[in-house]
Design a protein around this ligand. Structure first.
Ligand SMILES: [Fe+2]
Ligand SMILES: [Fe+2]
Length: 180
């Protein structure tokens, strides 16, 4: 598959997940009972796949692109830095949800702030990449560059959307199907 098409497809998947997460956060905000296990599955997936595969590949693509397009150096450096913020925000939210699942009483506002931070930050990050980076990368990066991007991390199959999807994400896949 064309690497930019695959890149864009992953963003579409991540946006779907963020929408499912937002629906749960809305439930919580309205005083309802969200599905905490589902929320945790979404963040686990994003931590396991996006933080470990998608973002390291982007980091290589950004570095290559910055060499070819010096005008993009600063925005690309910002996006790379955002990968670290997203990973931290995901861990913070995951810890809170885990605590709730474990029966801890936490401040509603604390969970709301952590979830909103994650959702908004992540959504904006993807939108910026879609607007500013993908088309330039398609134009400027060479076959060699794409090879380096592919090799940034060992190939693993996507555990949620890939052909060998993991059993643990069965409920999440059902929710995504309902959402789309
Ligand atoms: Fe990114
Ligand atoms: Fe991305």
């Amino acid at each position: 598959m064309d690497p930019v098409v695959a890149w864009h497809a992953e963003h579409a998947y991540f946006n779907q997940l963020l929408r499912v997460l937002l629906r749960q956060v809305d439930l919580f905000h309205g005083g309802g009972q969200p599905n905490y296990e589902l929320m945790q599955d979404i963040i686990s997936y994003l931590t396991d796949y996006s933080d470990r595969v998608h973002h390291p590949r982007e980091d290589v693509a950004f570095a290559r692109l910055a060499l070819r397009c010096p005008d993009m150096k600063l925005p690309l450096a910002r996006l790379e830095q955002e990968h670290r913020v997203i990973a931290q925000a995901g861990q913070a939210l995951s810890k809170l949800i885990q605590a709730v699942i474990g029966g801890a009483v936490i401040q509603r506002a604390e969970l709301e702030v952590a979830a909103a931070t994650y959702l908004v930050y992540y959504g904006n990050h993807i939108a910026k990449e879609e607007e500013d980076v993908l088309a330039r990368a398609a134009k400027e990066l060479t076959a060699q560059d794409w090879e380096a991007v592919r090799k940034a991390v060992p190939a693993i199959s996507d555990p949620l959307f890939g052909p060998d999807a993991a059993e643990r994400y069965r409920e999440l896949r059902r929710q995504i199907a309902l959402e789309s």
